[in-house]
Design a protein around this ligand. Structure first.
Ligand code: 5GP
Length: 193
């Protein structure tokens, strides 16, 4: 998606440790006109899938998921990072290792919001090693629901998450794929799609 790539080139900052900072339009301050276009693009890409729910993870996936959901006219459920699990019977739970915070979270979704007849589109801001998305897939499978696909704003194609998911037959559509980035020069190269 050209518009997103241009925005990344203009305002993205490449940090040490393979982190792309996009705080000024995607992760902290939010560019809603850009989000609206991203929502339309997700709808175009997954128009053939019978999506009845979008699943994301707090916090930065929520805004993108909500704007995508306006195009699909479906509800959004977000998985919560739990400090302690004391309602296990009523929750699906999994563990997710955070790429940016280098720690592991227990992640939960209430059973009443995921069921076997759900057809789920996963949406998130970034795909790096794939832990977040794998965790969400785990929650969906615990509920016996169907994963219709994964929509990502920015995939870091030099990390393994996207490759691993596609190798498992999961449909992953990323609006921008960064093939390389260099913290010293700030140079960012996108994959042609
Ligand atoms: P993964 O689980 O695929 O390794 O990492 C995905 C999660 O980590 C995303 O939900 C995102 O919040 C965060 N993340 C991973 N890489 C980056 C990055 O380069 N920049 C930012 N801002 N977040 C990232």
């Amino acid at each position: 998606m050209k518009l997103l790539e241009e925005k990344i080139l203009q305002d993205g900052i490449v940090k040490e440790g393979n982190v792309l900072k996009v705080d000024s339009f995607l992760n902290h301050q939010l560019d809603i006109d850009l989000f609206t276009e991203m929502g339309k693009e997700f709808k175009r890409l997954f128009a053939d899938r019978p999506v009845n729910k979008i699943l994301t993870i707090e916090a930065s996936g929520i805004a993108i998921a909500c704007i995508a959901a306006q195009q699909f006219h479906v509800p959004v459920v977000f998985a919560k990072k739990a400090k302690s699990i004391n309602l296990e019977g009523e929750m699906y739970t999994t563990k997710i290792e955070s790429f940016t915070h280098k720690r592991t979270y227990d992640v939960i979704v209430a059973k009443k919001f995921l069921s076997a007849d759900d057809h789920i589109l996963i949406i998130d801001d970034f795909l790096a090693n794939g832990c977040a998305v794998e965790g969400l897939i785990d929650l969906i499978r615990s509920a016996g629901a169907t994963v219709e696909g994964v929509g990502i704003a920015i995939e870091k194609g030099f990390q393994q998450g996207g490759k691993n998911l596609r190798n498992k037959g999961i449909r992953v559509e990323s609006l921008a794929i960064v093939d390389s980035m260099d913290a010293a020069t700030g140079k960012i190269v996108f994959r042609e799609q």
